[in-house]
Design a protein around this ligand. Structure first.
Ligand code: CO
Length: 497
């Protein structure tokens, strides 16, 4: 092999080893760490993050990447890896160390202020810190460079090449097509769902969750599940991918669909190729594509009739007191109740996209300088009225509900919606490629779907751009039609629209 490429690979593996050590410290912090360990853990993570950053932005790495960028002997896959690393190198070295420090300082400060503001249920406590953060993010956009508008530079951090122009088209479709569907559903009676909130014992839920993970093909030889306050997935390399869930004994929704969601994330990581460890071709494509995998299992599979035709009779046997008198149809309807609410994380799969659109509109206006921080609560509340016909009563259930802005995550929210839209397109392509898929799901057999996703998505890592991969799989660019078809068909049937 080309010796420079060999050196490059070795460097990346070393950096990834450090990053995965950081990941295990982060996982442990959420799962096992005693309360008093927080300070020393933060120091350890900061030290290792510094080491990883130095290793990657070192001038020898820069020289190596420059040489490799002009090396005609590389294979196309090698050249693609180098191009990705070069882009990342340029991004990381565009931000001076003093700026990165300022940003990291403002992030911890902002997070504390956000917690304090939530305690007092008062946005004004958080406002000066948010203002600082918005200014830093605008500086960041300028340092990174952008086309057309600064918000594009921030989008690019989370979804490479995503631009406002594309989001405007998608969200216009959300406004025009999804709001009609929401209005029709709102005119119908809410299906019976009290049985979802009866007593579901912790251990029985846990066991059922494990069986669901096994059913979708999550491999416990290379993974494990634990309990955490906020469910998440951590990968320590594709051979050690960990998921978490949470259990509420009086709400059956929480464990079930968060397990399927994180399971979908986990399947993606387990499906990356071990021989590409450390390389861009061995890393997930983008946040939207990651979220597409989780949403696909949570919604397209996990809220489908076929899935519960198989699983509901099993569930009935586990919880006879709660479900004996309930039919699979009733359970399916209760799993799919559409009811706009204030809180994004507990939103149904339809109204969810309005929550995202509202955040997108607000953060874009902040970054573009079209909205003053002090006006965020007013505009937030008026948009909830406009799109979801809800009167927000306080900041806690309004603009203080998400942690993202306190962490400086501007440009992140849109990837949540994109995940669902890609999931709909991908699932439709899977159904086309596997006419037997619905029958398989009805029989509790999801390994065919997993195999198809491994072959068509997981194994490629960053080999293709998301636009290329979407076209390769679905024949189309990202658009809302698959999602709308899916939603209209499903909810017309469920609600007799
Ligand atoms: Co997710």
């Amino acid at each position: 092999m080309n010796t420079n490429y060999q050196k490059y690979t070795e460097k990346l593996v070393k950096i990834t080893d450090v990053n995965k050590a950081i990941a295990i410290l982060g996982w442990d912090q959420e799962i096992n760490m005693p309360e008093g360990g927080a300070a020393i853990r933060a120091q350890q993570i900061a030290t290792l993050s510094g080491i990883a950053h130095e290793l990657f932005t070192d001038h020898s790495m820069g020289d190596l990447l420059n040489e490799l960028t002009n090396d005609p002997s590389l294979t196309p896959e090698q050249a693609n890896n180098v191009a990705h690393s070069k882009q990342e190198f340029d991004k990381k070295t565009h931000l001076p160390a003093s700026f990165v420090q300022k940003l990291s300082h403002s992030t911890s400060e902002g997070f504390q202020a956000w917690l304090a503001a939530r305690k007092k249920n008062d946005f004004a406590v958080f406002a000066p810190f948010l203002e600082k953060m918005v200014n830093l993010k605008r500086q960041q956009a300028n340092l990174l460079g952008f086309e057309k508008q600064p918000y594009n530079a921030l989008l690019d951090e989370f979804e490479p090449n995503l631009q406002v122009a594309q989001l405007e088209v998608l969200f216009a479709d959300v406004r025009q097509k999804i709001s009609g569907l929401l209005a029709k559903i709102a005119a119908k009676p809410v299906p019976k769902n009290d049985f979802m909130f009866r007593f579901y014992a912790h251990q029985k839920q846990w066991d059922f969750g494990i069986s669901l993970l096994k059913q979708i093909g999550y491999d416990f030889t290379y993974g494990r599940q634990d309990i955490s306050t906020h469910p998440f997935t951590t990968d320590l390399g594709m051979q050690d991918v960990r998921v978490t869930t949470r259990i509420n004994e009086h709400n059956f929704h929480e464990m079930t669909w968060s397990t399927l969601h994180e399971g979908g994330h986990g399947l993606y990581e387990q499906g990356l190729l071990p021989q590409n460890y450390g390389l861009p071709s061995g890393a997930y494509l983008s946040l939207s594509m990651h979220e597409a995998q989780s949403r696909l299992y949570e919604n397209n599979v996990g809220r489908s009739k076929a899935f519960w035709q198989y699983n509901f009779p099993i569930l009935q046997k586990i919880f006879p007191d709660n479900l004996q008198k309930i039919s699979a149809e009733q359970f399916y309807a209760a799993a799919n109740i559409v009811q706009p609410g204030f809180i994004r994380t507990s939103a149904d799969e339809i109204s969810y996209h309005f929550h995202i659109m509202i955040r997108y509109e607000i953060e874009k206006a902040l970054i573009e300088g079209n909205l003053a921080v002090k006006d965020v609560p007013d505009i937030w509340n008026s948009l909830y009225k406009k799109y979801l016909n809800l009167t927000v009563k306080n900041d806690l259930e309004g603009c203080l509900q998400d942690v993202h802005w306190s962490h400086g995550l501007f440009g992140y929210f849109p990837t949540y919606s994109l995940g669902s839209f890609y999931a709909a397109q991908i699932f439709r392509a899977a159904e086309k490629a596997m006419p037997q898929l619905a029958t398989e799901i009805q029989q509790g057999s999801l390994l065919g779907l997993n195999k198809w996703l491994r072959e068509n998505i997981y194994q490629y890592g960053k080999k293709y751009s998301i636009d290329e991969l979407c076209k390769k799989i679905t024949g189309e660019e990202l658009n809302l039609s698959a999602f709308i078809d899916y939603a209209e068909k499903k909810y017309t049937d469920l609600y007799n629209l």
